[in-house]
Design a protein around this ligand. Structure first.
Ligand code: ATP
Ligand code: MG
Length: 534
């Protein structure tokens, strides 16, 4: 092991370390320049000299004080074995391998075997050979975002990948692998968060700080539903992690589904399926670290992960490479330990934070098997699940939410009695129809045999058309309830107190169209927030 002390601070301009004492930083802008002008007056390319100097000093603070090296002793598949760092490296620690062609391949320690450290790379291993130097990276992986990151797309390392130029670095470092706030320090989940999708707003209301899963097989509409919520939500900021997506789909989703309007108030973290497992895993940590920054500074954050299953698959690849035994469906035990730690980072904030992190996490249920291990584990961790049904999608009813199989665990506590009555009646009608559906379809049910079934038959189409929502359409929370009440011929809001109003009897559910468009066009975010506070 080579040990080489580094004196970056002394090297820089020959200044002594004491000059970089943080207590001196405040004094620097007042230091006179040689020509007599105060330093803080001078601007270069629009940036004040004082602020540039402060940023530089911060960067120097982040430099390691010394460098430690090991050597590559074996490479097997993605796994790199390194000797010489085992006494200073711990699980999760970072090492840069210096390749023969002078590239740096960042790696993470995932285990130890026979006195050697086992590393997985964040990039391609081309150029790595036996004997290559492996440099210990002492800096904890962090990110320093600012509000200027909104509208940008970054990778798992926080580097811009949208070709819009460099990203400004903030003053505060957020660790990628942070602990969730303590359970005692957290607020309770807040009032309802308007997500703009009426089936969810009414039947599965999501509260601020709640964590919901969206469960479906492939191609049933998880990503499109997610993009609708990203565009229409009243949350202040979206942080979206696209994990393990096909590269082609990412651009299409950003341009066609999220669109410029949605992107403008989002930060998107992307790790495509071809990236190494540590990158895909770190993209999730990065997404949550960014969500934590915006929760602390901007307010309500909607954090979306598409998908948790691909994150679990990355964890599985890492676990298996490190020699963990496969357990359920090849997933290693550490996957089931890691999931709650990560998903708990979303949730209500504390008294010190500006807002909460509401989580929406998609889960791919392979072969539409909702009891597969990841779906099961995630369902147990979250505060609700939205099930998308392939049969419903095949009928062309989008979003293909199976209301009867979905649940929001926090909804009962935040509904008014009137809202609960309305939603329960709609659920009862859907359930009765589902029980009798087969008989009704083959003509075995005789009208008049059961008044409950007759009522279900009368209303089921109206409820179905209420649940269908075009992806270009937004429905606010209030409009959603009013539409559902109209569809069920129930009096609602002002109409309830108007003796001349029949409650919209006979009006089809689509009759709320004008209301939806009004909400989409007028009002705006401020008005919606006022509603929420009201
Ligand atoms: N609200 C909607 N309106 C119209 N079509 C939709 C809607 N939602 C989904 N679709 C259709 O379903 C297709 C698949 O949707 P989407 O890509 O969201 O599925 P997914 O569940 O994310 O799939 P994967 O598991 O492959 O990521 C879309 O290309 C679109 O044709
Ligand atoms: Mg998808």
């Amino acid at each position: 092991m080579a040990r080489k002390p580094l004196s970056v601070r002394q090297e820089f301009a020959g200044l002594p370390v004491s000059r970089f004492n943080p207590t001196l930083k405040g004094a620097i802008p007042q230091c006179p320049r040689r020509d007599g002008a105060p330093t803080n007056d001078r601007r270069v390319d629009g940036v004040s000299e004082a602020s540039a100097l402060k940023t530089f000093l911060d960067d120097v603070d982040h430099l390691p004080a010394e460098r430690l090296y090991g050597r590559v002793t074996s490479v097997l598949g993605m796994l790199v074995e390194v000797a010489g760092l085992e006494r200073v490296l711990s699980i999760g620690g970072r090492v840069d391998i210096l390749t023969r062609d002078n590239r740096r391949v960042p790696c993470e320690a995932v285990g130890f075997r026979e006195g050697r450290a086992l590393l997985l790379p964040f990039g391609a291993l081309e150029g790595v050979s036996l004997g290559c130097a492996a440099e210990l990276s002492t800096a904890e992986p962090t990110v320093r975002p600012t509000n200027a990151w909104l509208g940008r797309v970054v990778n798992a390392l926080g580097e811009p990948v949208d070709g819009k130029g460099p990203l400004p670095q903030g003053r505060e470092s957020y660790p990628l692998r942070a602990q969730p706030p303590s359970a005692h320090g957290r607020r309770r989940v807040g009032g309802k968060l308007d997500l703009g999708v009426r089936a969810i707003n009414t039947f599965l209301s999501c509260c601020r700080g709640q964590r919901m899963g969206i469960f479906a097989g492939s191609g049933v509409g998880k990503s499109v539903t997610l993009s609708m919520m990203a565009r229409y939500t009243e949350a202040d900021v979206n942080v979206i992690g696209l994990i393990g997506e096909r590269g082609r789909e990412v651009q299409e989703w950003l341009e066609d589904e999220l669109g410029p309007e949605g992107l403008a108030r989002s930060v998107v973290v992307v790790a495509t399926s071809d990236e190494p497992p540590p990158m895909r895993r770190q993209a999730v940590y990065m997404t949550l670290a960014l969500a934590e920054y915006f929760r602390d500074h901007s307010g309500e954050v909607l954090c979306m992960l598409d998908s948790v299953t691909r994150f679990a698959m990355a964890l599985r690849e890492i676990g298996l490479a490190a020699g963990e035994p496969p357990a359920s469906k090849g997933y290693t035990p550490s996957v089931f330990g890691e999931l709650p730690q990560v998903l708990e980072r979303a949730g209500p904030g504390t008294s010190a934070t500006a807002g909460d992190i509401t989580g929406l996490f998609t889960v791919l249920v392979e072969g539409d098997d909702h009891s597969e291990p990841i779906a099961d584990a995630v369902r147990g961790i979250l505060d609700g699940h939205i099930v998308l049904d392939r049969q419903i999608a095949e009928r062309g009813r989008y979003p293909a939410i199976n209301v009867l199989r979905s649940i929001s665990r926090t909804m009962p506590a935040c509904n008014t009695q009137e809202q609960t009555d309305l939603v329960q009646r709609a659920r009862r009608l859907l359930s009765t129809y589902e029980d009798m559906g087969e008989l009704i379809r083959i003509g075995a049910y005789k009208k008049g045999s059961d008044p409950k079934v007759d009522e279900a038959i009368q209303y089921v189409d109206r409820i179905e058309s209420f649940l269908h929502q075009d992806k270009q359409e937004r429905t606010s929370l209030d409009d959603g309830y009013a539409m559902l009440a109209r569809a069920l011929d129930m009096p609602w809001g002002d109409a309830k107190n108007d003796p001349n109003d029949s409650g919209g009897a006979g009006q089809p559910a689509g009759g709320g169209q004008a209301g939806q468009q009004g909400a989409a066009q007028g009002g705006g975010r401020k008005a919606r927030r006022r509603d929420r506070q009201g």
